[in-house]
Ligand binder design. Structure first.
Ligand SMILES: C[S@@+](CC[C@H](N)C(=O)[O-])C[C@H]1O[C@@H](n2cnc3c(N)ncnc32)[C@H](O)[C@@H]1O
Length: 208
């Protein structure tokens, strides 16, 4: 968390409209200590999807579908979120939550390495959302950008990495990977990039 507990609590207290399925997923994350994007970032993901009229979303690292459900709610009826995760258990949980939410027609969940699954996709995505292991962040850039439409968004979570990216000196493997990722996207002339200091940092890149 980048902005501090006081600000986070203030924003949380303003409240988003309660949603029983998202609330159940948040409760599971709390019980398991599982790192979901949370309600504040989830709201932003849905809002960005609505702003660009997104229809096709690809997620790399979907967990049990919490961030995907925020996207799915923002898509038109025939929209799709292609999810990917290493865990079949996460897929089963996600499908259950999407069924309860009445949104099972909008999810296509693939089990396996997100980068491999991404390389099998046909380009034309409105959004690629990236939340896989941090060491793989630099390798995600080329494939994600190649899959996006012009005007599409490449959104990546945890890009301030608990503030470690801004510390002096060399960092651990994950910190160095996140630093390399941020440098890479900011240096690409085909992307307009910004880091939003929400929760653990969210890098949002628009493909020109
Ligand atoms: C931070 S959690 C995802 C949370 C999810 N985006 C949300 O907010 O609801 C990261 C997930 O990525 C998965 N993961 C890590 N590396 C991966 C990879 N290379 N390919 C696919 N999934 C991966 C893990 O199994 C884990 O479930």
């Amino acid at each position: 968390m980048i902005v501090g507990q006081r600000i986070e609590s203030y924003i949380a207290a303003l409240g988003a409209s309660p949603d029983p399925v998202l609330a159940a997923m948040e409760a599971l994350a709390e019980r398991r200590g599982f790192p979901i994007v949370g309600r504040h970032t989830g709201t932003l993901l849905g809002l960005l999807a609505r702003c660009i009229g997104a229809r096709r979303v690809l997620e790399l690292g979907s967990g049990y579908g919490y961030s995907a459900l925020w996207f799915a709610r923002a898509l038109p009826e025939d929209g799709t979120v292609i999810c990917s995760d290493l865990s079949a258990g996460n897929r089963d949980l996600a499908l259950g939550y999407f069924r309860t939410a009445g949104l099972e027609s909008r999810i296509d969940f693939r089990v396996g390495d997100g980068l491999t699954i991404a390389r099998e996709q046909t380009p034309g995505f409105d959004i690629v959302f990236n939340d896989i292991d941090k060491v793989d962040y630099p390798a995600s850039v080329e494939v994600a950008v190649s899959l996006l439409k012009s005007g599409g968004l490449f959104i990546t979570d945890n890009t301030l990495w608990k503030g470690k990216v801004a510390e002096d000196g060399p960092g651990d493997e994950n910190t160095e990977a996140v630093r390399a990722f941020n440098k890479l996207v900011f240096s690409r002339p085909d992307l307009e990039s910004v880091i939003i200091p929400i929760r653990d940092g969210l890098t949002v890149c628009r493909k020109k």
